[in-house]
Design a protein around this ligand. Structure first.
Ligand SMILES: *Cc1c(COP(=O)(O)O)cnc(C)c1O
Length: 371
């Protein structure tokens, strides 16, 4: 049996043509024209005024935290069930991450737990959309309004998704995206910040580019980073963006097909198909083992691995990260729902290039393992 990778991108549109253009013209650095084009087209796609392309989705969060002047003594509320990049950006800025548990069905942050965590030091809420369904944003926006908090929206897994008809990525003071190859559109490595605030956009551009000053280039008032995206990456981005609608349609089909194929396996909790605010776009197709299954996610992945089927574990909770515990963070924090799905959850092959036959093969194997 041929191996089925957990993710494989599709690059058969204008990618080659635009990359060739970069080589032919010699424009390969961040100064090349595709960068601006990608920024403008991507920002327009999510209904934002400004787009700032960066080298990946993790540094997009670092720049966001810095641009919003979150620093020592500030607190930021975020889900415990997310990627390390979210909490790392907060901790590196000297601020304190304050986590909330997730919802057992959508796996997104349980927004009903946020208000109790707000203190006089709270500066922002970082909303991270998880695996294909957005966070329920309305209550989050209402809290931000009521307490004067900033919203950071991590929309890395949400290209093309909407919340109540509005694009994901349109809700944050700054919203961020990633273009890693397992995201809906990819630039190999890459990321983007989007905002409607001209000053914030300026700050993000400056932070991305070492805080060079336009007048006195090598005199610095502030420390920035080199987070620039290359023209080669942006060329891929422009080509991929042309196909975003097609990709989202395909992902939704894949999610529905998996759900049909797997719904008769008794031990598996499948992703929520839709809520009253969004239809799942299945960034990845996640599974959580129900309590009656006598083994955990790691064992399930090991068994699938024997059939050469690629999988990835679910995120590991922020409050259970050894690196943060060693720093003395999250003492006594417990988030039982996230802790459980982190141990009992994993995802199956769900990349853009996955074929219908491969989905059937994965499903058949799951049947055998759970029979
Ligand atoms: C992928 C991802 C990131 C990080 O993006 P990179 O480009 O891999 O650095 C950040 N947040 C979320 C929610 C992600 O899924």
């Amino acid at each position: 049996m041929n191996p089925i990778p957990v993710n494989e991108p599709i690059l058969d549109g204008n990618e080659k043509k635009y990359l060739f253009e970069c080589i032919e013209t010699g424009w390969i650095s961040s100064e090349g024209p595709f960068v601006k084009q990608f920024e403008e087209q991507f920002a327009a796609r999510v209904g934002r005024k400004y787009g700032i392309a960066v080298s990946n989705g993790s540094v997009a969060l670092d720049a966001t935290v810095a641009a919003l002047e979150i620093a020592q003594g500030d607190e930021v509320i975020l889900p415990t069930f997310t990627i390390i990049s979210c909490a790392a950006a907060i901790v590196r800025a000297g601020a304190v991450p304050v986590v909330v548990d997730c919802d057992r069905h959508t796996w997104n942050m349980d927004v009903s737990q946020i208000e109790a965590k707000i203190t006089t030091r709270t500066k922002a809420i970082m909303a991270v959309h998880i695996y294909g369904l957005p966070v329920n944003m309305e209550p989050v926006l209402a809290l931000a309004d009521k307490y004067g908090l900033k919203i950071i929206e991590d929309a890395a897994e949400m290209h093309g998704q909407t919340y109540k008809g509005l694009p994901c990525g349109s809700f944050g003071d700054i919203s961020t995206f990633s273009f890693y190859p397992n995201k809906h559109i990819t630039t190999g490595e890459g990321g983007m910040l989007v905002t409607d605030d001209e000053k914030l956009a300026e700050r993000c551009r400056s932070l991305r580019n070492l805080c060079f000053q336009p007048q006195k280039r090598f005199v610095h008032e502030e420390l920035g980073w080199n987070f620039r995206m290359t023209n080669l990456q942006a060329a891929l981005g422009v080509a991929q963006l042309e196909r975003l609608d097609e990709f989202v349609t395909r992902k939704r089909y894949m999610g529905q097909r998996y759900t049909e194929l797997l719904s008769n396996i008794p031990g598996l909790q499948l992703p929520v198909t839709k809520t009253d605010y969004a239809e799942n776009i299945y960034w990845v197709y996640g599974l959580v083992l129900k309590d009656e299954v006598p083994f955990d996610g790691e064992e399930a992945m090991r068994r699938l691995g024997k059939y050469k089927i690629g999988t990835r574990p679910f995120f590991w909770c922020m409050h259970e990260q050894p690196v943060f515990q060693k720093m003395g963070l999250f003492n006594g924090v417990s988030c039982p729902i996230a802790e459980r799905i982190a141990r009992r959850g994993f995802y199956i092959p769900s990349g853009m290039a996955l074929s219908n036959e491969q989905m059937e093969q994965v499903s058949k194997t799951l049947y055998e393992i759970f029979a």
